[in-house]
Design a protein around this ligand. Structure first.
Ligand code: NDP
Ligand code: X2W
Length: 321
């Protein structure tokens, strides 16, 4: 019988780390290297753990994730980084398996996998198939609107919204942010979406813990080639046919919806895409629904881990061959 895979989650006490741990806890094929509370930020203890694991999962702020990656000297250690430190770095494979027909295989063989950002998971999944099909020119000035639950900001933002004793405690119901147009996800979306120009990204956070909606509005009449709602939907749906964790609502299902709840997929690794459109007006709203801590972080990291371990995702894809 094969020995259990040794896993070290650096940052296990944080929002993403805790959820990864909870998802993996009962697995008999894995064993965990853990540091005591006093040692979890001790560089020497972390270095030893980082170099003893088969697979390390980094659930740290960006600077600490860069530091952790640099501490790894053992060439057999494989890494999944949940932070945004390496999202567009050379030598790191982007951990969104459904992004292209070859991505799953690249993840399976990778030593360094960068887990996608929560907003980029939704945005790239909507944009990339349309750019690949030449419906959306790579030069198009894309806009992305989004709302996330406050757990997207990690322990600090959770305290801001939940802990009345926190210095910055707030009861605000909704707020926009990143008005300086320098959000850390923009370049990641541009590169993996296949765009030539930085999309205009308008995120917001709401007074609820978890779940997000990412939206790309499109004036179809302005697109060269004059795409229809039907063609946009078909193109996106075809891209994810047969995928276990990404689904595309039919146009009828989308048309029947009066509202959409950002918490609808909480606790899952699912991503659901919608094309809301009006053929006569030649306008569409492309929408992605996901859990920022599920497909947007922890559950996605577990999916990458499974692919790296060569485990069957139920898709009939042979990654070992
Ligand atoms: N929350 C989300 O929706 C998503 C988060 N991510 C990314 O995942 C990463 C973790 O985020 P999140 O879990 O939300 O953040 P948290 O702030 O909840 O957790 C970060 C953890 O890292 C620990 N930590 C900080 N510095 C060090 C260090 N030098 N050595 C060891 N441990 C350290 C913190 O310790 P302490 O407990 O003492 O503060 C904390 O436990 C971030 O890069 C984030 O951008 C990615 C996708 C979505
Ligand atoms: C609501 C909120 O603040 N969300 C965070 C993004 C979530 C996150 O941690 O992003 P990564 O996936 O890149 O690590 C933000 O906008 O900075």
């Amino acid at each position: 019988m094969a020995l259990p895979t040794q896993i070290f989650i650096d940052g296990e006490a944080g929002t993403t780390g805790l959820q990864i741990r909870a998802r993996l806890e009962k697995r008999g094929d894995l064993e965990f290297i853990r540091l005591s509370d006093e040692k979890r930020k001790d560089a020497a203890a972390r270095k030893e753990a980082l170099n003893s694991a088969d697979i390390v999962i980094l659930c740290l702020p960006d600077d600490a994730a860069k530091e952790a990656a640099a501490l790894i000297e053992n060439p057999s250690v494989r890494v999944i980084d949940a932070s945004s430190a390496h999202r567009t770095s050379p030598g790191w494979v982007y951990g969104l398996p459904e992004m292209s027909k070859t991505q799953r295989r690249e993840i399976a063989g990778a030593k360094r996998v960068t887990n996608p950002g929560c907003y980029p998971t939704g945005a790239i999944s909507l944009i990339r198939p349309l750019v690949s099909a030449n419906i959306l020119p790579a030069d198009w000035p894309v806009t992305i609107n989004a709302i996330s639950g406050y757990s997207g900001g990690g322990k600090q933002m959770i305290a801001e919204f939940e802990d009345k004793a926190a210095p910055n405690y707030t009861e605000v119901p909704y707020r926009i942010y990143a008005m300086g147009l320098e959000h850390k996800h923009v370049e990641e979306i541009r590169v993996n979406g296949g765009l030539n120009h930085r999309p205009l990204f308008a995120p917001a956070v709401g007074r609820y813990a978890q779940g997000m909606i990412v939206e790309v509005p499109l004036q179809l009449w302005a697109l060269p080639g004059g795409a229809t709602v039907k063609r946009v939907h078909e193109t996106i749906a075809d891209s994810y046919a047969g995928e276990r964790f990404v689904s595309v609502a039919s146009l009828d299902e989308a048309a029947a919806l009066k509202t959409l709840d950002p918490e609808g997929l909480n606790g899952t690794n699912e991503l659901k895409l919608f094309v809301f459109g009006n053929e006569e007006r030649k306008q569409a709203r492309l929408v992605a629904l996901l859990d920022n801590l599920g497909k947007g972080a922890s559950a996605q990291a577990v999916q990458c881990l499974n692919i790296m371990l060569g485990l069957d995702e139920g898709l009939g894809v042979n990654l070992q061959g």
